[in-house]
Design a protein around this ligand. Structure first.
Ligand SMILES: [Fe+2]
Ligand SMILES: [Fe+2]
Length: 318
């Protein structure tokens, strides 16, 4: 019955935007619906988790979203009677400013930028992809894939076992990784076989499917897991786990880039008490790496113009 009503609502939307998906993704019956208009996601709804209030996922607005309907005090989440959900007031920032959300924002940002770059190169190179564009796509995707794999590994191997000591986490949060990874594997396969003269349409479709799968997963972690984390653990306890994370250079750089250097250094580093030398030792090299291997290639793809060979620069410099 609910799905029938939803179908009617979506039909209404079709007049204004493209209805991208409305399909079951999981054995538990959760359904992801994503509405898009051009490159802009205007609504993403996980029916199982947001039965009454679809959350707008317009990316720039989403960064500012500060609403949490999660009832962290519900007994169903408590795994250890010795640890109650009483720590939220100890945090010096809202869930929306937590590093977990920033880490997700850079995944969202990279997906959005790839989406724009693919769209741009498609309109600029109508006879197929030139070889330089193929190389750039391979480089960008490889960095993104390593970034997301590293993000998942930190969650699966460190954060989730840590949280399970005190919290009954929904199994879906873990099982979602498998679905997301399948989408990533499909993208990797398509990128690997991409060659000069190919069209980018297949990659665009696979990227859209990946996006539709990944974005609701990120929202679910932020809506369910993060409020629980902040209720059951103190900032110091969480900081110890986060310090054990391993990250790729690109992941660190992306984390800075999508917050902006100023935002990261003036706000996030202060919020987390990160000493200044860590910027020099860790984040600045990561940021420079990200600019060289992700941001610059994305910009070249968006511009649709072949970059000057690096060797020319060195010849001229010499
Ligand atoms: Fe995750
Ligand atoms: Fe995550």
């Amino acid at each position: 019955m609910f799905l029938e009503i939803l179908e009617k609502v979506l039909k209404g939307f079709e007049r204004f935007c493209r209805v991208w998906t409305a399909h079951p993704l999981n054995v538990d019956g959760s359904v992801i619906v994503v509405l898009r208009e051009k490159n802009r996601i205007i609504l993403s709804l996980n029916i199982l988790n947001h039965p009454t209030s679809p959350q707008s996922l317009s990316l720039p607005e989403f960064y500012k979203t500060d609403k949490c309907t999660m009832d962290t005090q519900d007994n169903q989440w408590q795994a250890d009677p010795n640890h109650k959900p009483s720590k939220t007031s100890m945090w010096n920032h809202s869930a929306n400013e937590n590093g977990w959300v920033h880490a997700h924002n850079c995944i969202r940002g990279e997906i959005r930028d790839m989406d724009e770059a693919f769209h741009s190169i498609k309109t600029k190179k109508t006879n197929g992809l030139p070889s330089w564009a193929v190389e750039i796509i391979k480089e960008i995707w490889s960095e993104h894939e390593m970034h997301v794999r590293s993000h998942h590994e930190n969650e699966d191997a460190k954060m989730t076992p840590f949280m399970k000591k005190r919290i009954n986490l929904p199994e879906k949060l873990e099982s979602d990784h498998k679905i997301v990874c399948d989408c990533i594997a499909n993208m990797t396969q398509a990128v690997d076989k991409l060659k000069e003269g190919d069209f980018i349409d297949e990659l665009q479709n696979l990227l859209a499917l990946y996006e539709e799968t990944m974005l609701p997963h990120l929202v679910e972690e932020e809506d369910v897991a993060l409020p629980l984390l902040m209720a059951y653990f103190t900032p110091k306890e969480v900081a110890r786990v986060v310090r054990s994370f391993t990250s790729t250079k690109s992941e660190l750089g992306s984390f800075v880039h999508y917050q902006t250097v100023e935002g990261f250094r003036n706000k996030f580093m202060k919020q987390e008490g990160i000493p200044g030398f860590v910027w020099i030792l860790l984040f600045e090299p990561g940021y420079n790496y990200f600019l060289e291997h992700v941001k610059k290639p994305l910009d070249v793809l968006k511009a649709g113009e072949e970059p000057a060979p690096k060797t020319m620069f060195w010849c001229c410099a010499a």
